[in-house]
Design a protein around this ligand. Structure first.
Ligand code: ATP
Ligand code: MG
Length: 162
């Protein structure tokens, strides 16, 4: 499966979608998140943390660029919001995280164009007109491994495995 669209109607539902995803994540997985301010990127990643059995997730202020959480796997939460150029992102030296054994979740991934792995799960969150608490979450699998991951996520969300 190459792409799927989910609709969440509350923050909790976005967190819960992230939790299902976190449960399915494997070592080395890279999740790239896109979407405007307040679209729900951090909320989804909070769910991923919980699905990876991270004990305590503390909200990261946006000036912290890489946050590390210990769970079933290590979760690296990166936020490129304050990055003003691709060079600035390059200077962070994040390849060890991206190509390591943890799970990387990157907010504002569009600011790291060309520096992020080609194989990844692309997650785009969008506001839904006239529905304050709703978000459309479009997920695209880039690479076969992520196609399988997305297939499982879709099956879980459809309740087939519950
Ligand atoms: N369906 C929904 N899913 C996620 N968040 C929602 C939803 N409906 C309303 N919200 C609200 O939208 C906000 C989402 O905030 P969050 O920090 O997750 O977004 P973000 O994309 O990380 O923003 P930023 O770009 O500032 O980092 C929260 O205040 C949350 O309560
Ligand atoms: Mg955020």
């Amino acid at each position: 499966m190459k792409s799927a669209t989910f609709l969440t109607t509350s923050r909790e539902e976005t967190v819960s979608l992230g939790t299902q995803l976190g449960r399915l994540c494997e070592a080395g997985d890279v999740l790239l998140l896109f979407g405007e301010l307040g679209a729900g990127k951090t909320s989804l990643i909070q769910g991923v943390a919980s699905g990876l059995d991270v004990g305590e997730y503390t909200f990261s202020p946006s000036f912290v660029l890489v946050r590390e959480y210990q769970g079933r796997l290590v979760l690296y939460h990166m936020d490129f919001y304050r990055m003003e150029s691709v060079e600035e992102v390059a200077d962070l030296g994040i390849d060890d995280y991206l190509y390591g054994d943890g799970v990387c979740a990157v907010e504002w991934a569009d600011r790291g164009v060309g520096l992020l792995p080609e194989k990844h799960l692309h997650i785009e969150l969008q506001y839904v007109p006239n529905a304050d608490q709703s978000r459309q979450v479009q997920v695209y699998a880039c690479g076969e491994h992520y196609e399988r991951l997305l297939q499982k996520l879709t099956a879980k969300e459809a309740g087939e495995w519950n």
